[in-house]
Design a protein around this ligand. Structure first.
Ligand SMILES: Cc1cc2nc3c(=O)[nH]c(=O)nc-3n(C[C@H](O)[C@H](O)[C@H](O)COP(=O)(O)OP(=O)(O)OC[C@H]3O[C@@H](n4cnc5c(N)ncnc54)[C@H](O)[C@@H]3O)c2cc1C
Length: 496
C-alpha cells in the first residue's frame, strides 16, 4: 500500500546520472517520507561513454558503502592516477596532470616556488618528478595508499556501471519503470511538471522531478524551455567519435589525452578493452577525417565501428527550474578532457539533498542551488579552456584557440600565475591549486618570479630539498607492484 504523505521523486533517465541520483537518494532519504521512482527506456539506451573519473568518486562509493573490489570486478575497472596530456602545449610536449600531491608541505610557501627557484639554479627535473602519482603512472605501477601516498580514481565500463548502480538502488527501494516517455504533463495552476506519460498510456506523477534524460533534456528544455548558454565560442569542439579497441600489452593506470589537428583523442584502459574517442571541431575537419585520425591512433584492433556523438558545449540557464532539477547531460555539456562530468553529477545530487524542499518549493532555495551549480560549472569550464588557450601548436584550430578572448576569471588566473607563480582557489571550485599548477606549467607557462620567502633558503638547501624529494618518491614508486598485477590479485573481472 502506498503512503499518501510520501513525497514522490521521479528520476527521468537511467544512465550514469539517473542511477547515481537514484542510489544517492535511496541511501540518504528516509523511505517513510520519500518514494523514489526512475523511468528509463531500454529502447533509447544510454550515451554509453563517460568511463574516466576523478578521486571524488571514492567519496560516493564510501557514502553508498560500495565494496571497491566488488565494484571493480563488476565494471571491468582499472585504477587511474591522473591524465597524460600528449601534444597539448607543443606538438611534442607530454605531461601528467596527476592526482594527489606535488612536492611536500613547505610551510607558508607552496612547494612549486622552491621548484621555480631550483630551475634558476640549473635543476632540470620536471615538475612531475615531484609528483608520486605521476611517477607511479609513468612506471605503470599501482598500490592502494598505505598512509595516503597515491590518490586515485577509476576507469570503468559505463554500461556496466549503470547496471551495478541499478542493482544497488533497486535492492534499496527504488522503483524502476521501463518505458518511453512521450509527453510531459503540467499543472495548470502552478506551471510545475505534474507527470510524465509513457507510450503504453501509463502516467507517472511526482512532486519533484530529476531530469537525467541526457542531451534531450526532456523536462528541463522539452517541457520547461529553460534556455541554454552556449559556450562553443570558447570550446569549439562539437562532435566526438567513440570506439573501443582491443587491449594493448601494458595496463596503464592513467587516462591519455592526445591533441590532434583540430581536437583530441581519449584513451581509457579497462580490463577487457580500451575506450577511445576523438573529440573534434567540425568546422575544421570532416567526420571522415576525424574517423581516420581516430582509427590510425588506436593501440589495438577496433572492436566496433566509430559511434558519432554531437554536442554543444554549455549549460542550462537554470539547472533547477520550477520542480525540475537537471543533472548529467540534461544540465549541459563540458567536454571530458578532465573527466569531470560524473563528478558534477555526484556533486549535483549532494546539492539537491542539501536543498531538499521542506513543503512547498522556495524560490530562495532554487536560486541558491543555481548559483552554486553555476559557479562549479564556470570554474570547470575555465580549467578546460586553459588547455586549449595556452598552446604553441601551429594548426589554424590551435592558433584560433590561442588568440581567443577567454573569460575574465581565467585570464585573471593566468596573469596571477604568470607573474609570481601564485594560484588562488576561490570558494568551492573543483580543481585545487595543484591541479591548476600542473596544467599551467604543462601547457608551457613558466612564471616570471616566485615567492620572495624562498630566498631565505640557501642554494644548497634548495638543491638538497629537491634531490631528497626525488629520491624519496623514486624509492616509494620502486616498491609498488605493477598495475596489472595488482588488479589480477585483487579485483580481476574474470575475462582479464
Ligand atoms: C563523448 C563523451 C565522453 C565522455 N567522457 C566522460 C568521461 O570520461 N568522464 C566523465 O565523467 N564524463 C564523461 N562524459 C559525460 C558522461 O558520459 C555523462 O555525464 C554521463 O554518462 C551521464 O549521462 P546521462 O546519464 O546524463 O545521460 P544518458 O547516458 O544519455 O542517459 C539518458 C537516459 O535517459 C533516458 N531517456 C531519454 N529519453 C527518454 C524518453 N523519452 N523516455 C524514457 N527514457 C528516456 C535514456 O534511456 C537513458 O536512460 C562524456 C560524455 C561524452 C558525450
Amino acid at each position: 500500500m502506498t503512503n499518501p504523505t510520501r513525497q514522490r521523486i521521479i528520476i527521468v533517465g537511467g544512465g550514469t546520472a539517473g542511477w547515481i541520483a537514484a542510489a544517492s537518494l535511496a541511501r540518504f532519504l528516509p523511505v517513510q517520507r520519500y518514494a523514489v521512482t526512475l523511468v528509463e527506456s531500454d529502447e533509447i539506451g544510454i550515451v554509453g561513454v563517460g568511463e574516466a573519473t576523478i578521486p571524488q568518486i571514492r567519496l560516493l562509493n564510501a557514502a553508498l558503502g560500495i565494496d571497491e573490489y566488488a565494484f571493480m570486478r563488476a565494471t571491468q575497472a582499472t585504477y587511474k592516477l591522473g591524465i597524460e596530456f600528449a601534444g597539448w602545449g607543443t606538438q611534442n610536449s607530454r605531461y601528467m596532470h596527476a592526482f594527489g600531491t606535488v612536492g611536500r608541505p613547505t610551510g607558508q610557501v607552496p612547494f612549486h616556488h622552491f621548484w621555480l627557484r631550483g630551475a634558476r639554479l640549473g635543476e632540470t627535473a620536471p615538475l612531475d618528478a615531484y609528483a608520486p602519482n605521476a611517477q607511479a603512472g609513468w612506471a605503470n605501477r599501482f598500490a592502494k595508499p598505505d598512509g595516503g601516498e597515491l590518490a586515485y580514481a577509476f576507469h570503468f565500463d559505463a554500461s556496466l556501471y549503470a547496471t551495478f548502480l541499478r542493482n544497488w538502488a533497486e535492492t534499496r527501494g527504488v522503483t524502476r519503470i521501463e518505458g518511453r516517455i512521450v509527453a510531459v504533463g503540467r499543472d495548470q495552476e502552478t506551471g510545475n511538471v505534474s507527470d510524465v506519460q509513457l507510450e503504453n498510456g501509463q502516467s507517472v506523477a511526482g512532486d519533484l522531478f530529476i531530469d537525467c534524460s541526457g542531451f534531450r533534456g526532456l523536462l528541463i528544455e522539452g517541457a520547461l524551455e529553460t534556455g541554454y548558454d552556449d559556450w562553443s565560442h570558447w570550446l569549439p569542439c562539437d562532435r566526438a567519435l567513440a570506439v573501443p579497441c582491443a587491449s594493448s600489452a601494458e595496463l596503464t593506470p592513467y587516462t591519455r589525452s592526445t591533441a590532434h589537428t583540430a581536437g583530441w583523442q581519449w584513451r581509457i584502459p579497462l580490463q577487457h578493452r580500451i575506450g577511445n574517442g576523438h573529440v573534434y571541431c567540425s568546422a575544421q575537419i570532416s567526420d571522415d577525417q576525424a574517423a581516420a585520425v581516430l582509427l590510425a591512433n588506436l593501440d589495438g584492433v577496433p572492436l566496433a565501428d566509430p559511434r558519432p556523438i554531437r554536442f554543444t558545449t554549455g549549460r542550462r540557464r537554470q539547472f533547477w527550474n520550477r520542480n525540475v532539477v537537471a543533472i548529467g547531460l540534461a544540465a549541459g555539456f563540458l567536454e571530458p578532457l578532465e573527466s569531470t562530468s560524473i563528478h558534477m553529477v555526484q556533486s549535483a545530487i549532494e546539492r539537491v539533498i542539501r536543498y531538499l524542499p521542506n513543503g512547498p518549493l522556495q524560490a530562495a532555495d532554487i536560486a541558491a542551488y543555481n548559483i552554486e551549480t553555476g559557479f562549479e560549472w564556470e570554474r570547470v569550464r575555465d580549467f578546460i579552456i586553459l588547455h586549449y588557450h595556452v598552446n604553441d601548436r601551429p594548426e589554424p584550430f590551435w592558433r584560433e584557440c590561442a588568440s581567443m578572448a577567454v573569460p575574465q576569471s581565467l585570464s585573471d588566473k593566468i596573469a596571477l600565475f604568470r607573474a609570481n607563480g601564485r594560484i588562488t582557489r576561490f570558494n568551492d571550485e573543483l580543481f585545487a591549486e595543484v591541479g591548476w599548477l600542473q596544467v599551467l606549467v604543462g601547457q608551457g607557462i613558466i612564471p616570471q618570479g616566485y615567492h620572495p620567502l624562498v630566498d631565505a633558503h640557501s642554494d644548497k638547501d634548495i638543491r638538497e630539498l629537491l634531490s631528497l624529494l626525488r629520491q624519496v618518491i623514486g624509492r616509494q614508486v620502486g616498491t609498488l607492484p605493477d598495475h596489472a598485477t595488482f588488479i589480477a590479485q585483487h579485483c580481476p573481472s574474470g575475462t582479464y
